[in-house]
Ligand binder design. Structure first.
Ligand code: TXA
Ligand code: MG
Length: 336
C-alpha cells in the first residue's frame, strides 16, 4: 500500500494526537466515520477548507458537512429548534446530518457552507472520529475522502488509492460499518426535507418528527435510478441546492473598472473602482478560493453602503481550483 508521501497513522492515542495536531496546523487528514472515510480540515480555517476542494479536484464548491464532538458544540454554530433537538437526542452520534441556519457568531468558514446561510452539521458515531474531534478541539469539515467522481471510501486503503500524495495523513480505523453516507435533512424551512437518503432512514426520521418531504428530483431518483431526471441529479449534485448570490449584479472578465463598481480582484488590482476586495494579491488559487465568499459578501455590503451599481470581477484562470471559483462566479453572474 503506497501512500506517496501520505502518512498512515494508527487509530491509537499517539496516532490520534498526531492527526489532531496536523489538523490544528491547517493540514488535511482523512479519518474514519461509521458511514465512510471523511477528508477532514479545521472547519474554521478558510485555507484548509479550500485545500479540501483542491485535493478532491471538485469542479465546483459543494457545501460540506461539518462534524462536531457533541450536539452542544453543533448547536453553538447553528440554530436548532424542536425538531432538530428531538432528532439529535434520538440519532446522534450517528449517520444523520442536519441543515440549519448559521448563527451570527458562527466561526465556521463560509467556504465550508459554499456561502449559504445554512450549514449541514453532524455528530459521527465512530469512536475514532469522536476521539479525533475532541483532541483537535475544533469542528471538522469533511466530505467523503475520495477524488471527485469516485465512490466513497470505506477503508484507509481506498483513501490512499484515491488521495495518496495529495493529503497529509490517513487515520486508519479499519472498515466503516454503515458504508453509505449520512442522511442529509434540511430543517432550515418550515417543512423538513430529505435532501439525501442515508444511514438514518426516511421512516426513522418521520417516526421522530412527523412528515418529511422529498424534493421532486430525489423522488425521481428513488423511483427510477437510471432515468433522465435521476441522471441529471447525479451529473449536477449542486442542482438541488439554492446557491448564495450577491444582491448586486455581477460582471465577469473585467479588464477596466468604473468608479461606480466594486472590484473583486485577482492578482494586482485594476485602478479606479469604488471599492476593492483582493481574492489573492499574488494570484494564488487556494488563497482566492478561501476568500471568495467573504469577498462577495464584503463587496455586496460595501456596494450597498456606497451606492455602487455592480460587482466587477477580474478573470481567474480556468485550471485547478480556478474551475470551481469560475463555476461559482458564473452562478453569481447568471441573470435572476
Ligand atoms: O456520511 C457522510 O455524510 C460523510 C462523512 C464523511 O461524514 N460525508 C459526506 O460529505 O458524504 P459530502 O461532502 O460528500 O456530502 C455532503 C452532502 C452533499 O450532498 C451536500 O450537497 C449536502 O451534504 N449539504 C451540505 N451542506 C448543505 C447545506 N447547507 N444545504 C444543503 N445541502 C447541504
Ligand atoms: Mg461524496
Amino acid at each position: 500500500m503506497s501512500g506517496h508521501g501520505t502518512r498512515l497513522l494508527p487509530a491509537a492515542p499517539e496516532g490520534i494526537a498526531e492527526a489532531a495536531a496536523l489538523l490544528r496546523a491547517g493540514a488535511l487528514v482523512a479519518f474514519p466515520t461509521e458511514t465512510v472515510y471523511g477528508l477532514g480540515a479545521d472547519a474554521a480555517n478558510d485555507r484548509a477548507v479550500a485545500a479540501i476542494f483542491a485535493a478532491k479536484g471538485r469542479p465546483h464548491f459543494n457545501p460540506l458537512i461539518v462534524h462536531f464532538a457533541g450536539a452542544d458544540a453543533a448547536f453553538a454554530a447553528v440554530r436548532a429548534e424542536a425538531r432538530a433537538e428531538a432528532l439529535a437526542a434520538r440519532f446522534w452520534p450517528g449517520p444523520l446530518s442536519l441543515v440549519l441556519p448559521r448563527r451570527a457568531d458562527c466561526r465556521v468558514s463560509l467556504l465550508a457552507g459554499a456561502g449559504l446561510d445554512t450549514l449541514a452539521v453532524r455528530v459521527p458515531a465512530h469512536p475514532v472520529a469522536l476521539a479525533l474531534l475532541r483532541a483537535a478541539g475544533c469542528p471538522l469539515a469533511a466530505p467523503s475522502a475520495n477524488r471527485s467522481g469516485e465512490v466513497s471510501p470505506t477503508t484507509a486503503a481506498h483513501v490512499l488509492e484515491s488521495l495518496g500524495g495529495r493529503i497529509e495523513a490517513v487515520l486508519d480505523g479499519g472498515a466503516c460499518t454503515v458504508g453509505v453516507e449520512s442522511a442529509v435533512l434540511d430543517l432550515s424551512g418550515p417543512r423538513a426535507r430529505l435532501l439525501r437518503p442515508g444511514g438514518v432512514t426516511h421512516e426513522q426520521i418521520e417516526a421522530a418528527i412527523g412528515p418529511v418531504e422529498m424534493p421532486p428530483m430525489q423522488e425521481a431518483f428513488l423511483a427510477d435510478p437510471g432515468g433522465v431526471a435521476a441522471t441529471a441529479t447525479l451529473r449536477s449534485p449542486g442542482l438541488l441546492l439554492s446557491h448564495y448570490a450577491p444582491r448586486l449584479p455581477v460582471r465577469l472578465g473585467t479588464e477596466a473598472v468604473a468608479a461606480d463598481e466594486a472590484l473583486l480582484a485577482f492578482g494586482p488590482p485594476l485602478a479606479g473602482a469604488g471599492a476593492c476586495f483582493q481574492l489573492s494579491a499574488t494570484g494564488d488559487l487556494v488563497e482566492a478560493a478561501a476568500n471568495l465568499f467573504a469577498g462577495l459578501r464584503a463587496l455586496d455590503a460595501e456596494g450597498a453602503r456606497l451606492g455602487l451599481v455592480r460587482i466587477a470581477v477580474m478573470a481567474v484562470p480556468a485550471h485547478g481550483l480556478g474551475l470551481a471559483i469560475n463555476d461559482r462566479l458564473r452562478r453569481a453572474a447568471a441573470p435572476r
